[in-house]
Design a protein around this ligand. Structure first.
Ligand code: TQI
Ligand code: ZN
Ligand code: ZN
Length: 496
């Protein structure tokens, strides 16, 4: 067994914004010690000790760490354990921090076929082609050894899993970021880009503990390409930090095996590899009945697609996502890149399986998260991935039960608040505190005179807010609280 050598943390983003609030209590001795435990768990490495920290009292550093924590959550930076600080500490930590086991993507997308094809479109110069071929095959075999699915290599044409090595922008919505950072990504099972697995060519791909080990990264990505989300078990392959382990005789860790067998079932014993008996006998995972899921891709001919060049175009929703603008309409979206123009249309389901329509959307650039609302629930999205734990009911966001649909949403960067429009009123959500602001809803026409009575899509672009109602739009300067100009939705669509 190889010992764990290099441990490298790769893009672990912790979401803390959308947790429910809990009742407050008054500070006590017990709370003080709980606060100490909390700070040491979550903020121990955040505070930078001053050079003279050796002789500073422990109370000083407690207060300093507390200040960091208060700053992080947008609380008053008092260094004191006040009621609102205790309240935040008592909140459940959301996102990737609460650890228990494997996860699946929302809607549990899977391959509904016994043979999944893959094609290696281009290679990395870091390794020989035959090493890449063998490594990819070996990484896929980890899964086909334990589930009733076979992988077939095809040298040309369209395969289910298209594999590439490319740097930077490579034609999807997630450009790579140069050496380190993101190493690779994979799309959940589905038509088109579904299952495709991209490796960042700017990495130093290796078959050793140094650099990015292609076998381990590919094995992790193929887990995603088969429908696994991240696991909370530290020893799992799908745990979201990279840790080199000996790849010799490597078998799929228990947690990942259970996760993938829960989707596809268990490969019959006769087909199990005979060379290395499984040291951990397989518990009988109940194989779930195939779940009713939306058709992956209904006949393209029967479906009218929205016409972006209609001057009366009404949007369902709009948002920025990184440096692009996304406009949603009838289950489709148009992506407009701010850098080089050009507009592409896609079906929402093809990128974010399980989401058929978007009523409202906003981007929180700080947490690198996009929220989509549909009907009475919402999803958290990062890149092409639906975050675990979604969808959630609108009530989790702090809406009263009377709100069953959000018309539009926009995050205002300068205030870190998100405006959420419902009928003729809007709410304000404090992203730093993770809760709705008091005193809302307010009337749109009173607080934003000139933008109309309602809003059905809103977005921020280049420092301006855009409020769309029907086919028209107002460009608005938030700080100056005034309308700059009126335009049409159509004006964004590069028509004439
Ligand atoms: N790529 C990320 C990953 O595959 C992409 C990603 C971020 C993602 N969030 C996601 C994919 C949520 C699915 C679901 O996790 S990565 C590791 C690990 C990466 C990371 O380049 O950061 C590995 C690739 F686990 F070590 F962090 C491979 Cl093994
Ligand atoms: Zn990609
Ligand atoms: Zn991953």
């Amino acid at each position: 067994m190889g010992g764990a050598l290099a441990v490298k943390t790769v893009t672990m983003v912790v979401m803390v914004a959308l947790c429910g609030a809990v009742p407050t209590t008054s500070p006590s001795q017990e709370e003080l010690s709980k606060a100490q435990v909390y700070l040491s768990q979550f903020f121990s490495d955040v505070g930078v000790s001053a050079p003279n920290s050796v002789w500073r009292s422990s109370l000083d550093s407690f207060e300093d760490t507390l200040r960091k924590m208060q700053e992080h959550f947008g609380l008053e930076v008092s260094g004191q354990l006040d009621a609102s600080t205790l309240e935040v500490m008592a909140r459940p930590r959301c996102g990737f921090t609460d650890v228990s086991a494997y996860s699946h993507f929302d809607g549990r997308p899977k391959w509904n076929k016994a043979v999944v094809t893959y094609r290696i479109i281009d290679y990395t110069p870091d390794l020989s082609q035959s090493d890449v071929d063998a490594t990819i095959a070996k990484a896929l075999k980890l899964y086909s050894d334990v589930i009733p699915l076979d992988f077939k290599h095809i040298p040309r044409g369209t395969a289910d899993i298209m594999i590439t090595f490319k740097a930077q922008d490579h034609g999807d919505f997630s450009p790579f970021d140069g050496k380190n950072g993101v190493l690779a990504h994979a799309f959940a099972p589905g038509e088109g880009i579904g299952g495709d697995t991209h490796f960042d060519e700017d990495e130093n791909w290796t078959l050793t503990p140094a650099g990015a080990n292609l076998f381990l990264v590919a094995a992790h990505e193929f887990g995603h390409a088969l429908g696994l989300g991240h696991s909370k078990v530290q020893t799992a392959l799908l745990y979201p930090t990279y840790q080199y382990v000996n790849t010799e005789g490597y078998v799929l860790p228990d947690d990942d095996r259970q996760g993938v067998q829960a989707i596809y079932g268990v490969r019959a014993a006769s087909a199990q590899p005979t060379t290395k008996p499984d040291p951990n006998p397989q518990p009988n995972i109940p194989v779930p009945k195939p779940q009713p899921r939306p058709e992956p891709n209904p006949k393209p001919t029967s479906e009218p697609t929205p016409d972006r060049c209609n001057r009366n175009l009404v949007f369902d929703a709009a948002t920025s996502i990184q440096s692009s603008l996304y406009f949603f309409k009838d289950g489709y979206f148009w992506m407009r890149r701010s850098s080089w123009g050009g507009i592409r249309m896609k079906k929402i389901q093809s990128v974010w399986p399980g989401i058929s329509k978007v009523d409202a959307a906003y981007e929180n650039k700080k947490s690198n998260t996009v929220i989509f609302f549909e009907g009475n629930h919402y999803w958290g999205i990062r890149g092409n991935t639906v975050l675990p734990g979604y969808p959630k009911p609108l009530s989790d966001f702090g809406f009263p039960p009377s709100v069953t649909k959000v018309d539009a949403a926009v995050h205002v960067s300068i205030t870190s608040k998100t405006l959420l429009f419902v009928n003729n009123r809007y709410w304000s959500y404090n992203e730093r505190m993770g809760r709705m602001d008091d005193g809302y809803p307010k009337l749109i026409s009173v607080e934003f005179p000139g933008i109309g009575l309602r809003v059905d899509a809103a977005f921020e672009n280049q420092g301006y807010l855009y409020f769309s109602y029907g086919s028209s739009q107002t460009e608005y300067h938030y700080a100056r609280r005034r309308v700059i100009r009126n335009l049409l939705n159509h004006d964004w669509m590069d028509c004439n």
